[in-house]
Design a protein around this ligand. Structure first.
Ligand code: UD1
Length: 422
């Protein structure tokens, strides 16, 4: 398995281009199953999770071609569609569950393995099951697979989710586009990736209103047609790279970044002593003084502070003046990076869903272990400002969500290299 070696090397300066959003692309790709006509995505990120979704869609009978070095995904589902999403592919990535809604809409039945993904909590499927059941599906769990059927196709319905699940909103939205009649989803998730999915579905002929708010209304149509759609900017990659100059000093412009994608995050950066300036090309980030200030952070569904930036924010707060409390409200087991940061000299106490971080002057490089996708990159960020060398082991999770991380950071002056393992 590959490792990454980072050596603290002073301030970072320059520009970092931000890719299309992994989480948007992972829900846009299964939308190809909703139409027999081609769906083309541009600005796709080049990540192993996207390759996993490609493999899954091909196993279901869709055609997926990667063009322009992987930045364009040309898809078509005009042939026979296989309703079974196999465990061997699905276990690699939880987002595989996003084929459930489209398969049900297209075929009226689906058999989808329960997913795997990052080990950051229980992550059950009950909200997805309730949402699709509301549209008339009958879903049973047998031998690790969800068996879903409909009698006479999906029917529009009003449904309120017990929690604003991102994936369940996406599955409901895709399924309801082809259901008979009107569907209303209440307590829907409001993430920008959902708005991006709705924009793409509208280009395909779907009738959707209210995406980006907590009530989405969908008027079912008989069929969807082809479309070309650019994937929205990755707000998590954006936030991650905004933290690089915040931690190390210097000034970095994140190309393609927009404030509305990272509003709550920018408020916390401001409170910690970091300036963010909107430019014509993106967001420019620099630290105001020498020492950062402690801030408290609570993760929440969008537009709140994203759970996917909590680990990286913790890396920043490790060297801020004073004590910060981070509260994790989305995933119950998402502080696995804390003991690794402590190996680098961070002072962190974890009690259930809270972590108290007391800032130290400087972290010290150490060998550490990456436990999940966002934890991996938080250790790299910490290593960028630490004294000496940090070796981040087991970085395979990193490649699921960050394209060419070492190239992007090296381009702004970081000392970072990848060591290939067996
Ligand atoms: C998506 C993102 C992930 C992000 C998360 C929260 C993708 C591919 N992944 O994941 O990066 O961290 O949103 O912003 O877009 N839950 C249930 N039952 C369900 C579904 C979810 O209890 O049926 C719980 C989960 O265990 C978790 C919480 O709800 O505690 C949030 O999950 P959800 O919003 O569904 O996240 P994902 O769509 O899996």
């Amino acid at each position: 398995m590959d490792s990454i070696i980072v050596t603290g090397n002073g301030p970072l300066n320059g520009q970092i281009p931000i890719a299309g959003a992994k989480n948007a692309c992972l829900t846009l790709m299964p939308a190809t199953l909703l139409s027999e006509e081609p769906l083309t995505l541009t600005n796709a990120p080049r990540l192993s999770d996207i390759r996993t979704m490609t493999t899954l869609l091909r196993s279901l009978g869709a055609e997926v071609s990667t063009l322009q070095d992987g930045k364009v995904l040309a898809m078509a589902s005009h042939g026979e569609i296989n309703p079974v999403a196999d465990y061997d592919i699905v276990r690699k990535m939880r987002a595989s569950n996003l084929v459930l809604g489209p398969l049900l809409a297209r075929l009226g039945h689906a058999v989808v393995s329960l997913p795997g993904g990052c080990a950051i909590g229980a992550r059950p499927m009950d909200i997805h099951i309730d949402a699709l059941t509301a549209l008339g599906a009958e879903i049973e769990l047998k031998e690790g697979y969800l068996h879903a059927t409909t009698k006479g196709g999906l029917k529009g319905a009003v449904h309120e989710m017990r929690f604003a699940s991102v994936g369940a909103t996406e599955n409901f939205l895709m399924a309801a586009t082809l259901a008979k009649g009107t569907s209303v989803l209440k307590n829907a998730a409001r993430e920008p990736e959902i708005v991006d999915l709705a924009n793409c579905l509208r280009k395909m002929g779907a009738q959707i209103e209210g995406d980006g708010t907590s009530t989405i209304e969908i008027q079912g149509v008989d069929r969807l047609h082809g479309a070309t759609h650019p994937v929205v900017t990755d707000r998590i990659e954006l936030g991650t790279y905004m933290l690089a100059p915040a931690i190390c000093g210097g000034e970095v412009e994140c190309l393609g970044g927009r404030i509305e994608l990272v509003g709550a995050f920018c408020e916390k950066l401001d409170a910690a002593g970091i300036d963010v300036e909107e430019t014509a090309r993106g967001l420019k980030v620099r630290r105001r003084g020498d020492r950062l200030r402690a801030v408290d952070v609570v993760t929440e569904p969008f537009p709140g502070f994203p759970t996917d930036l909590q680990a990286q924010m913790m890396a920043l707060l490790c060297t801020a003046e004073g004590a910060s409390v981070l509260e994790e409200k989305i995933f119950e087991n998402r502080f696995m990076h804390a003991p690794e940061l402590m190996r680098m000299g961070a002072k962190i106490e974890v009690h259930g869903g809270h972590a108290k971080v007391t800032g130290v002057n400087r972290l010290k490089g150490a060998p550490v272990m990456a436990t999940d996708l966002r934890a991996s990159v938080s250790l790299i960020l910490a290593g960028l400002a630490a004294e000496g060398e940090t070796i981040v082991n087991r970085v395979y999770h990193l490649d699921r969500g960050y394209e060419r991380v070492e190239d992007k950071l090296r381009a702004v002056g970081a000392k970072i290299e990848r060591i290939s393992g067996q």
